[in-house]
Design a binder for this molecule. Structure first.
Ligand SMILES: C[S@@+](CC[C@H](N)C(=O)[O-])C[C@H]1O[C@@H](n2cnc3c(N)ncnc32)[C@H](O)[C@@H]1O
Length: 216
């Protein structure tokens, strides 16, 4: 298995993002920040360069946060940006990381689930869902493939370009966008709020793990 490597992308990441999508990706990753204000124990996966983490620390003054990313360069940027004793950084591959049962009342995955293909995504969600407390929330910010007569082909074209870039530049395993919704549903999560932008090409979704969800 090729090792995923976002290290060289860490420094230019913010500027590449601004050049391609302007302010929209950051608006998407922070669109549901208000849902995390009362959370006490938060896991962020594929946290990246720390821009979301910095805003989360400001929005929530007391939560303990585990920020996991496979890229040491991304984690270094994030820790430089945020220096807080409330954050524990983990440099790990999420596919092989262990998570304590019901440890978190919130999970955040912004532009992260799109790095995985069906099987891997399913295994990852199966491992993460039990780490979330019943009644806990999972915030997913990501791209979505559209279906309209013009927007459909356009979204496919943009996604194909992005996947080509990230497969070559960062060796992500996925070659196309997998819709995480059926996988999250199959593990007992329910969508309760969705904020869309760019005609639905970007969406931030609040998923709830109901109280009656059986423990693993
Ligand atoms: C597309 S970037 C998104 C970063 C950030 N969440 C954002 O909103 O921009 C994907 C991030 O996930 C990390 N990543 C990719 N595959 C990973 C894996 N298997 N385990 C942990 N982190 C991973 C990368 O290092 C990178 O920081």
């Amino acid at each position: 298995m090729n090792r995923v490597n976002f290290d060289w992308l860490a420094a230019p990441y913010e500027w590449l993002e601004r050049l391609t999508f302007g302010p929209f990706l950051h608006r998407c990753r922070t669109a549901l920040l208000d849902e995390l204000k009362a959370s006490r124990s938060i896991l962020i996966l594929g946290d990246g360069d720390g821009r979301f983490l910095r805003e989360l620390l400001l929005a929530n003054p007391s939560a303990r946060i585990d920020s996991l990313d496979i890229s040491p360069a991304m984690v270094k940027l994030a820790s430089n940006r945020t220096a807080s004793e409330r954050v524990r950084f983990r440099i790990e591959d999420a596919r092989f990381a262990a998570f304590e049962a019901e440890r978190y009342d919130a999970i955040v995955t912004n532009f992260f689930l799109d790095c995985f293909q069906d099987g891997e995504l399913n295994r990852l969600v199966a491992k993460l869902a039990p780490a979330l407390q019943p009644g806990g929330r999972w915030i997913v910010g990501d791209f979505r493939e559209l279906n309209g007569s013009i927007s459909g082909p356009l979204s496919k074209f943009l996604l194909a370009g992005m996947y080509l870039f990230f497969r070559v530049a960062a060796r992500i395993p996925a070659s196309r966008l997998v819709d995480p919704d059926p996988i999250l549903r199959s593990h007992g999560l329910e969508p309760i709020r969705r904020e869309e932008s760019l005609g639905g090409f970007l969406a931030a979704t609040h998923w709830l793990k109901p109280d009656y969800f059986p423990s693993a």
